[in-house]
Write a protein that binds this ligand. Sequence first.
Ligand SMILES: Cc1ncc(COP(=O)(O)O)c(C=O)c1O
Length: 466
Amino acid sequence: MALSARGQQWARLSSDMLIWTVIQDLWEPETNPNGYISLGVAENALMHDELTKYIHANIDLPSNGLTYGDGGKGTKKLRAAMARFLTRKLNPVTPFEPSQICITNGVTSSIDHMSSIIADPGDTFLLGQPHYGAFIPDIELRPGTKVAQVAFGDVDPLSLEAVSAYERTIESCKARKQKVAGLVLCNPHNPLGRCYPREYIIELMKVCQKHQVHLISDEIYALSVFRQSDPTDESVIPFTSLASIPTDGLIDPALTHIIYGLSKDFGANGLRLGCIVSQHNQELQTALTTVSIYSYVSSLTDSIATKLLSDDGFVDWYIEENNKRLQAQYELVVAWAEKHSIEYTRGVNAAFFLWVNLGKTHSKSVQTGKLKEKEVDSAKKLRLRRVEESANEPAEASTGVDAHNDAGSDIDTVVNDALLEQKVFLASGVQFGSEKPGWFRIVFSQNPKLLHLGLERIERALGLSE
Ligand SMILES: Cc1ncc(COP(=O)(O)O)c(C=O)c1O
């Protein structure tokens, strides 16, 4: 039975999402010794023991947990707890109110909602490169909107100089009669692990006001900031929430929105809890009331999150301890990169990623004879191109200023294949719209034993093992 064109496109995309293959075949010493080690999925396992213990000790499902509760936006208790928690942590200009918050089953759903609500099919969202890979499907797939990637060339994407590239992209969209509805910022940045300077956000607010573009700040890593400053690395920037900057004279506050969730700072991807915080846009809140039924959070998650976020003592300890552990893991992975002369981004102080140039290291190993040069098989190249083309298919109404990244260079494919051959999975820069070939994202928040094993496998893939 034929599916819709949309259904067929989704079916095609699914078969090429390697991540789902990998997570069904993960390494486990007893039961699956030949499985993959994943340092590719943005999960933080460093506090799993503590959080599961806390959940078991505190779970308390009220009898109305078996009803539809207070509606799709989350219970009143959870929205109040989230408002209080975020007010304590994000330093907003005005305290958050429960009525300004819509709870969703993960930030993924928050982004999907925002795309549908602020843009019409064919309208455009801007994403600076590189960016969290799944932003593209989250923004485009169901709402039928388009992403225009913003390229920075040799300019640091988090430097003030980069802001003008957003405005140039808006102008070229306008010249093509393409409406730019929104700009999604990820602060702290995935995959770069850095924070945007306050002045950068201010300049972006001005650009968004000038062109009447919604500014959505995905702050899902807001509390995973493990170095506030570093005398040896001046590029370390403290975190600033969009909500903490007064909008007066800069932007209509109705154009500003924050997204948050428990997946990253609490290492709890599986609980599926996110939220949209929009303080000054009542119509958006009303629209969310209508669609929130599609992102209902389970009452179990709702009640656990309410308890957790109301427990200031535990939360404050948890965040501090998590950041200590992230710092230790960060130091470990940086020392490893230094030891092997692997190029990596500086200024990392947040999230749990190191962005590394494995392409360069691989090429060096080929030149020095430590690795044999490999041909990229042309069928694979073709397959990658097809994925890209189908991802662009709904583009009929609007083509996007920059076509999404091409299928990646040979070196991306060669390194990716070499990693998979050694049964280690990393996210490739190709999925993140990296402008430069050969870059990969190492997630360093797995438990230390797994991280060591993963790094050893990367060494083998790159011809670095002694
Ligand atoms: C920047 C960013 N936003 C959203 C998500 C998805 O979050 P959730 O698990 O809440 O859907 C991720 C997960 O990697 C992410 O890195």
